[in-house]
Design a protein around this ligand. Sequence first.
Ligand code: NAD
Ligand code: UD1
Length: 338
Amino acid sequence: MAILITGGAGYIGSHTCVELLNAGKEIVVLDNYSNSSPEVNARVKEITGKDFETVECDIRDEKGLHEVFSKYDIDSVIHFAGLKAVGESCQKPLEYYENNIGGTVNLLKVMAAHNVKTIVFSSSATVYGEKNVAPFHEEMEVGGTTNPYGTTKLYIETILQDLWKSDNEWSVSILRYFNPIGAHSSGRIGESPNGIPNNLMPYISQVAVGKREKLSVFGDDYETEDGTGVRDYIHVVDLALGHVVALERAMKINACEVFNLGTGKGVSVLELVHAFEEATGVKVPYVIAPRRPGDIATSYSDASKAERVLGWKATRNAFDACRDTWNWQKNNPDGYSV
Ligand code: NAD
Ligand code: UD1
C-alpha cells in the first residue's frame, strides 16, 4: 500500500517524503512541476537511499488521476499541491480558485471513486484571519481571510468538513502550518522560490548569499517588543515529521480533525535576522521600511493539541533553521536550476 503525495516535489512535500521514507512508508509522488523540478525527487532518493514512483500529473486532470489510482495501490493521500503566492492570488484569483479548490474537489471525487478516504491536507494559519488574537488555537472561529490564497484554504477546510459530515468513513486531518522555514540538514533540498522572494527567510538568505542588496523590514512600529512583526517559525523537518504522525493517526481513526503545526513561540523579524547572523556568521544588512499591507503584528500557535493528541512537538529552533537554510542556500545559490 502506498501514500499518494500530491505536490510532493515542492518545498514541504519533499521534506515530508524524506521523513515518510525514513519511517519505512511507501510513497508515490504526484506533481505537475509548476513550482518545482523533477530534480527534487532525485535528491530525495539520494538522501534516503530509497526508490519510489513519480507521476507528472495535474490534480485538475480527472482522467490522469483515475489512471494513477488504478495503477498504484494507494490507501491514503497527503495533499500539498496548490498555488501559494499571496500577492499573485490577488492578481489572478480565478487561477487560485481553480487550481486549489477545483483541483482539490477533483482529487476528492477520484479518491471516493477508488474508495480511498484518508487525507491529510496542508492548510495555513492564515485561516485565523485578522480578528483573532495570538496564540491561535484550533477552537477559534476562523474566517476573515484577506486574500484569495487564504480564502482557498478556508474553503477547502469547509469542503473537507462537509465531506466528512456526509460520510463518516472519511478520515481527514487538516494541518494548519505556521511559518515553515529551514531545510534538510544535508543541504540537498530546501526552499527554491521563483523570482524575488515574498517571505522573510528566503529573502534573508538571498541577501546573505549576495543576490539581494539588503532586507526591508516591513514596519518597526507594531505593538511588539521590538516593534517588528512576530511569527511562529517552524523548521520544515519538524513540520514534515508532523505529517508522519498525523497520517498514522488518520489511518487508525475515522474523524475530521484540525491541528496547528507550530512551535508555540513568537519570533520577531529582527530576532530572526540576528539568529541568522549568529548561526552563520554572515551579516544581513537591512533598512526599516513601511508596513506591508495585510500584515498583522503577531501570529503564533497554541501547539498543545498536536502534542496532546499526536504526541508531536517541534524540537528545532530558529537558530537550527537559520543554520540549515544557510547550508542549503550557499550550496545551491540558484536553487535547483544548477
Ligand atoms: P510549493 O509550491 O513548494 O509546493 C507545492 C507543489 O505543488 C509544487 O511542487 C507545485 O509544482 C505543485 N502543484 C501546484 N499546483 C499543482 C497542480 N494543479 N497539480 C499538481 N501539482 C501542483 O509549496 P510548499 O511551500 O511546499 O507548500 C505546500 C502546501 O502547503 C501548499 O498547499 C501551501 O499552500 C501550503 N502551505 C505552505 C506554507 C508555506 O509557507 N510554505 C504555509 C502554509 C501552507
Ligand atoms: C505569509 C502570507 C501567509 C502565508 C505565510 C506562509 C502574506 C501577507 N501572508 O505570511 O498567507 O500563510 O506567508 O509562511 O504574505 N517581512 C519583512 N521583510 C520581508 C518579508 C517579510 O519584514 O522582506 C516580515 C513581515 O512583515 C512579517 C514577517 O516578516 O512580519 C514574516 O513575513 P512572511 O515570511 O511573508 O510570512 P507571513 O507574513 O507570516
